[in-house]
Design a protein around this ligand. Structure first.
Ligand SMILES: [Zn+2]
Length: 162
Protein backbone atom coordinates (compact mmCIF):
# COMPACT_ATOMS: atom_id res chain seq x y z
CA UNK A 1 0.00 0.00 0.00
CA UNK A 2 1.32 3.45 -0.99
CA UNK A 3 0.25 6.67 0.69
CA UNK A 4 0.04 10.39 0.21
CA UNK A 5 -0.33 12.58 3.30
CA UNK A 6 -1.86 16.05 3.30
CA UNK A 7 0.12 19.01 4.67
CA UNK A 8 -1.12 18.42 8.25
CA UNK A 9 0.34 14.93 8.50
CA UNK A 10 4.11 15.37 8.14
CA UNK A 11 5.01 13.45 11.28
CA UNK A 12 2.73 10.56 10.34
CA UNK A 13 4.37 10.51 6.88
CA UNK A 14 7.81 10.12 8.43
CA UNK A 15 6.62 7.28 10.71
CA UNK A 16 5.12 5.47 7.72
CA UNK A 17 8.40 5.89 5.81
CA UNK A 18 10.40 4.55 8.77
CA UNK A 19 8.12 1.48 8.72
CA UNK A 20 9.00 1.09 5.02
CA UNK A 21 5.86 2.45 3.36
CA UNK A 22 6.24 4.52 0.21
CA UNK A 23 4.65 7.79 1.40
CA UNK A 24 4.45 11.02 -0.54
CA UNK A 25 4.45 14.24 1.50
CA UNK A 26 5.04 17.82 0.43
CA UNK A 27 3.93 20.54 2.83
CA UNK A 28 3.68 23.12 0.03
CA UNK A 29 1.48 21.06 -2.30
CA UNK A 30 -1.96 22.48 -3.23
CA UNK A 31 -5.12 20.35 -3.05
CA UNK A 32 -5.43 19.78 -6.80
CA UNK A 33 -1.81 18.63 -7.18
CA UNK A 34 -2.24 16.42 -4.13
CA UNK A 35 -5.26 14.68 -5.68
CA UNK A 36 -3.52 14.42 -9.05
CA UNK A 37 -0.46 12.78 -7.48
CA UNK A 38 -2.68 10.40 -5.48
CA UNK A 39 -4.46 9.29 -8.64
CA UNK A 40 -1.42 9.19 -10.96
CA UNK A 41 0.79 7.30 -8.47
CA UNK A 42 -2.07 5.13 -7.11
CA UNK A 43 -1.69 6.36 -3.54
CA UNK A 44 -4.20 6.14 -0.68
CA UNK A 45 -4.85 9.65 0.64
CA UNK A 46 -4.46 10.27 4.36
CA UNK A 47 -6.02 13.56 5.33
CA UNK A 48 -7.28 15.64 8.25
CA UNK A 49 -9.32 17.83 5.89
CA UNK A 50 -13.04 16.96 5.61
CA UNK A 51 -13.39 18.97 2.39
CA UNK A 52 -10.53 17.08 0.77
CA UNK A 53 -11.95 13.77 2.02
CA UNK A 54 -15.31 14.54 0.40
CA UNK A 55 -13.74 14.65 -3.09
CA UNK A 56 -13.25 11.61 -5.31
CA UNK A 57 -10.30 9.32 -4.53
CA UNK A 58 -9.83 6.41 -6.96
CA UNK A 59 -7.29 4.73 -4.66
CA UNK A 60 -9.12 5.32 -1.42
CA UNK A 61 -8.70 7.71 1.47
CA UNK A 62 -8.81 7.86 5.23
CA UNK A 63 -10.02 10.90 7.14
CA UNK A 64 -7.99 11.15 10.34
CA UNK A 65 -9.47 13.13 13.23
CA UNK A 66 -6.86 12.51 15.92
CA UNK A 67 -4.03 15.05 16.13
CA UNK A 68 -1.39 12.85 17.77
CA UNK A 69 0.96 11.34 15.14
CA UNK A 70 1.43 8.00 16.92
CA UNK A 71 -2.30 7.57 17.49
CA UNK A 72 -2.75 8.50 13.82
CA UNK A 73 -0.36 5.69 12.90
CA UNK A 74 -2.38 3.27 15.05
CA UNK A 75 -5.59 4.41 13.31
CA UNK A 76 -4.08 3.96 9.82
CA UNK A 77 -2.81 0.47 10.72
CA UNK A 78 -6.18 -0.55 12.18
CA UNK A 79 -8.56 1.05 9.67
CA UNK A 80 -6.62 0.09 6.54
CA UNK A 81 -5.59 -3.33 7.84
CA UNK A 82 -1.94 -2.48 7.28
CA UNK A 83 0.64 -5.26 7.10
CA UNK A 84 3.84 -4.10 8.80
CA UNK A 85 6.99 -6.08 8.06
CA UNK A 86 9.68 -5.14 10.63
CA UNK A 87 12.36 -6.18 8.10
CA UNK A 88 11.54 -2.99 6.17
CA UNK A 89 12.19 -0.84 9.22
CA UNK A 90 14.57 2.11 8.70
CA UNK A 91 15.24 1.28 5.03
CA UNK A 92 13.62 4.43 3.75
CA UNK A 93 14.67 8.05 4.37
CA UNK A 94 12.12 9.66 6.69
CA UNK A 95 12.77 13.03 5.03
CA UNK A 96 12.72 12.16 1.30
CA UNK A 97 11.00 8.77 0.99
CA UNK A 98 14.02 7.34 -0.89
CA UNK A 99 15.38 3.85 -0.19
CA UNK A 100 18.69 4.13 1.72
CA UNK A 101 21.79 2.12 0.80
CA UNK A 102 24.42 0.59 3.04
CA UNK A 103 27.67 2.53 2.70
CA UNK A 104 31.29 1.43 2.98
CA UNK A 105 32.42 2.74 6.38
CA UNK A 106 36.00 3.26 5.13
CA UNK A 107 34.72 5.75 2.57
CA UNK A 108 33.00 8.04 5.09
CA UNK A 109 35.66 8.54 7.79
CA UNK A 110 35.63 12.30 7.11
CA UNK A 111 31.88 12.59 7.41
CA UNK A 112 30.84 10.44 10.37
CA UNK A 113 32.26 10.53 13.93
CA UNK A 114 34.86 7.80 14.63
CA UNK A 115 32.84 6.60 17.64
CA UNK A 116 29.83 5.90 15.39
CA UNK A 117 31.99 4.11 12.81
CA UNK A 118 33.51 1.98 15.55
CA UNK A 119 30.26 1.02 17.29
CA UNK A 120 27.88 0.59 14.34
CA UNK A 121 27.94 -2.48 12.05
CA UNK A 122 25.82 -0.88 9.38
CA UNK A 123 25.50 2.71 8.26
CA UNK A 124 23.04 3.63 5.55
CA UNK A 125 22.76 6.72 3.39
CA UNK A 126 19.88 8.37 1.57
CA UNK A 127 20.75 8.81 -2.12
CA UNK A 128 18.77 12.05 -2.26
CA UNK A 129 19.57 14.15 0.85
CA UNK A 130 22.83 12.21 1.59
CA UNK A 131 21.86 11.90 5.25
CA UNK A 132 23.42 8.98 7.17
CA UNK A 133 21.38 6.58 9.29
CA UNK A 134 22.53 4.21 12.01
CA UNK A 135 21.04 2.42 15.01
CA UNK A 136 21.89 4.97 17.69
CA UNK A 137 19.79 6.36 20.54
CA UNK A 138 17.51 8.20 18.11
CA UNK A 139 16.73 4.88 16.39
CA UNK A 140 15.94 3.23 19.72
CA UNK A 141 13.61 6.04 20.79
CA UNK A 142 11.64 5.87 17.55
CA UNK A 143 11.53 2.08 17.63
CA UNK A 144 10.02 2.14 21.14
CA UNK A 145 7.30 4.53 19.97
CA UNK A 146 6.53 2.46 16.88
CA UNK A 147 6.30 -0.77 18.90
CA UNK A 148 3.74 0.92 21.16
CA UNK A 149 1.74 2.40 18.26
CA UNK A 150 1.54 -0.46 15.74
CA UNK A 151 -1.14 -3.02 16.68
CA UNK A 152 0.26 -6.54 17.16
CA UNK A 153 -2.12 -8.01 14.60
CA UNK A 154 -0.62 -5.76 11.88
CA UNK A 155 2.81 -7.36 12.24
CA UNK A 156 4.07 -9.93 9.72
CA UNK A 157 7.31 -10.53 11.67
CA UNK A 158 8.95 -9.64 14.96
CA UNK A 159 10.45 -6.32 16.00
CA UNK A 160 14.26 -6.24 16.11
CA UNK A 161 15.99 -6.49 19.50
CA UNK A 162 17.55 -3.33 20.87
ZN1 LIG B 1 16.81 11.64 2.32
Amino acid sequence: MKFICDDNLGKLASYLRILGFDTSFDEDIDDNSLLKTASFEKRTLLTRDRKLASRTHPYGFLLIEDDDPLRQLNIVATELDLKVDPRNLFNRCSKCNEICHTVDKDAITEEVFPFILKTQDTIKQCPSCKRYYWKGSHYKNILKKLIAAVPKKALTGTWPEF
